[in-house]
Design a protein around this ligand. Sequence first.
Ligand code: MD3
Ligand code: FE
Length: 204
Amino acid sequence: PVEIAPGCLWWSGWLNRSGQEALAEELRQLLLQAPLFTPRMPRTGTPFSVRMSNCGPLGWVSDVTGYRYQPSHPETGEPWPAMPLVLQSAWAELAGTPLAPEACLINWYAPGTRMGLHQDRDEQEFGAPVLSLSLGDTAVFRVGGTSRKDPTRSIRLVSGDALILAGPCRLAFHGIDRIMPESSTLLKQPGRINLTLRRVNPAG
Ligand code: MD3
Ligand code: FE
């Protein structure tokens, strides 16, 4: 792996093409059980351009009342589906912690969507890393420091790439500037899927 910022490790091509195809198919089935929803900004209710779902015991949701983790889908009320085994294995191999992942957020980026610079601070546990896997179209990913005004660096996240965000990077500002159209043939529709696996609560 390459360290693109302190604590931010990039594995280019971590998942091979057949692994990506199998995971994409598994997610297609999973999203029938836990459909993508449109999260909204706290207070204002402004919709995100990115659509989301989750798998695993907990899922991240956002609505007019705030950001939170919860055990069920905000629209269907059903428990989130189980985390696919390949994701649990990826965590075991890359995360370097004995704690199991509790949440996997599934972000869907249609062409033209983006995610502004932000910090991930809704978890109770910052000691464990976050693991990200990318599928489909290439994204321009930007990462900075723990202050919004710190300098940033950007890389292109390609289908199959993995990122580990640990240590000093765990609370770094980051975002997705753009999706590069027609950059991958993996998915049946244009766009990108990002999976982020997290520990939400401390052990015990
Ligand atoms: C750096 N997702 O879900 S993945 C998110 O591509 C999120 O969908 C982006 O930001 C996406 O919160 C970026 C890479 C990533 C994920 C979590 C991080 C980078 C991170 C947490 C801390 C620092
Ligand atoms: Fe984030």
